[in-house]
Design a protein around this ligand. Sequence first.
Ligand SMILES: NC(=O)c1ccc[n+]([C@@H]2O[C@H](COP(=O)([O-])OP(=O)(O)OC[C@H]3O[C@@H](n4cnc5c(N)ncnc54)[C@H](O)[C@@H]3O)[C@@H](O)[C@H]2O)c1
Length: 353
Amino acid sequence: MSKIKVGIIGTGGISHFHMNGYNAVPDMCEVTAVCDIDKEKVTAYAEKYGVKRVYTDYNEMMANEALDAVSVTTWNSAHCGAAVAALNGGANVICEKPMAMNAAEAKLMEQAAIRNGKLLQIGFVRRFGTDAEAAKDFIDSGAAGDIYFANVSYLRRNGCPGGWFGDKFYSGGGPLIDLGVHVMDLARYLAGCPSPVAAYGVTFDNIGNAAQGGDKAWTAETTGGFARNVEDFATGFIRFDNGFVMHVAASFNLNIKHDTGDVEIFGSKAGIKLGNPSAYFKSDGTDGLIDDEKYSKASGFNDIFTYEIAHFIDCVANNTPCCAPARDGVVLMQMIDAIYESAATGREVIIGG
Ligand SMILES: NC(=O)c1ccc[n+]([C@@H]2O[C@H](COP(=O)([O-])OP(=O)(O)OC[C@H]3O[C@@H](n4cnc5c(N)ncnc54)[C@H](O)[C@@H]3O)[C@@H](O)[C@H]2O)c1
């Protein structure tokens, strides 16, 4: 079989991890074209990895190249346009998280995949960690009983990434859409992917906001010419159709000592806290680590991207069912939209009603 031809749209920070993933399966695929609106950046990137075909317009790239697969690793506001162009151009797509700016865009992307008969995988990379694998096996075995509550957080003390991440026009929102999305997806995935029915949320903006004299106010240096108009902190509560509930908290700025990221999920027989290794706490009073040998493989940041990309390529090459499909991205965007809408209105928001 000939190698899968891959294109990458957006050659910033995270695209290097996608490139490493493709380069880890060189018999299966080859990155043959790259694209970024920043000509200097994409040229340097192409030189670094020896890619010959270089573009500053993804429509042109899709028209000129016969690509089988495309990574969309742009800032969030370009995900929808780039993914739809790639799908319409006949490629299978892996799109970084968050899937899009909102659920409406996410649905357009999902429909483009269905219309073109192509795969659209969402970059829920945390699903590929051994902590998640161990917890999923434990839950799927029935050892945790019925899952009814998850408490998830991704809290950065002063972790504003700066640049476009703080500009709603490019990001769609702050820590909830950027960081919360990881842990919200993980909890829903571990709970068996139930459907959300309602959400209540609150956001705060009182530490990073210069206009409010915040202690960690963003400066022109950290925003790099972008606006700064996203929340510091978001929290939300989501109810699902099977009775499962989730509490989420995510921050760019919060007065805590250290950054933390926690996923705890609770069932009628046991609770689980994700970690390396993940731990369980049973209602009979026993506890322990889920540290079977099979969960001992490397699970660092680069490793989980390598597993994610290997899975994408396997799906494209062998029609393997995708474990992070577009539908899950759409549902996550519905959950995020609902929390932001609730924060704006002060009311519970019904999802999918
Ligand atoms: N999975 C993870 O853990 C993880 C971590 C970091 C970032 N991300 C996601 O990856 C994406 C990129 O983040 P990043 O940190 O690499 O950002 P970045 O700013 O380093 O790179 C984004 C690149 O996209 C390019 N771009 C923007 N619009 C474009 C367009 N229309 N066509 C082509 N290129 C375009 C920009 O010029 C920039 O080079 C974001 O969606 C982010 O949420 C995921």
